[in-house]
Design a protein around this ligand. Structure first.
Ligand SMILES: Cc1cc2nc3c(=O)[nH]c(=O)nc-3n(C[C@H](O)[C@H](O)[C@H](O)COP(=O)(O)O)c2cc1C
Length: 158
């Protein structure tokens, strides 16, 4: 298998757990996509129209990211994980995908959610990304999905 990285954003830890297991079963490196300004509970309260999450969504704002992946060039497969926000990927994922040159690399999206599917997320975010990002797969995982399910998916891509 080509060298792989599991890069993930997780606001409340659910996607982080799946990402950690995916990295373990696939032998990939793990990288947390962290916002420069961490999200507080208030920031994530989507029932408040002026909460940060809603302002970012409506304003289509980029979300500045702390740290970069060190050996990005040496890696062929990037698994990108996130929670579903507003039936799509959080803006920080678009910022992440705009921050590197993915030419010649495979990108596979995975997500967790409160019930929505990952559906057309790849199609929705593609027009927002400058540069060529080849999204080869998208998969929603449930926290109860076993390591065997994660491993099988990783193998189908790498
Ligand atoms: C701002 C915001 C928007 C969300 N939008 C959706 C949604 O559209 N559909 C859904 O099923 N869950 C939605 N959720 C719930 C998260 O996708 C779900 O709780 C996820 O597993 C959290 O992952 P995390 O702990 O890695 O952040 C939303 C959560 C937040 C904070």
């Amino acid at each position: 298998m080509e060298k792989a990285i599991v890069a993930y954003f997780s606001a409340s830890g659910v996607t982080a757990k799946v990402a950690e297991r995916l990295a373990r079963v696939s032998g990939a490196e793990l990288f947390e996509i962290k916002p420069e300004q961490p999200y507080t509970e208030k920031d994530l309260n989507w029932t408040n129209p002026v909460a940060r999450c809603n302002r970012e969504k409506i304003g289509r704002k980029d979300v500045p990211i702390k740290d970069r992946i060190e050996d990005f060039d040496g890696c062929g497969v990037i698994f990108v994980g996130f929670p579903i926000w507003y039936y799509s990927a959080p803006n920080i994922i678009v910022t992440f995908l705009k921050s590197y040159d993915f030419t010649g690399k495979k990108v596979a999206l995975f997500a967790t959610s409160g019930g929505s599917d990952i559906g057309r997320t790849a199609e929705k975010i593609r027009p927002l990304i400058s540069g060529s990002v080849d999204i080869v797969a998208s998969k929603l995982f449930k926290p109860a999905d076993g390591d065997d399910v994660l491993a099988e998916w990783a193998e189908s891509i790498a």
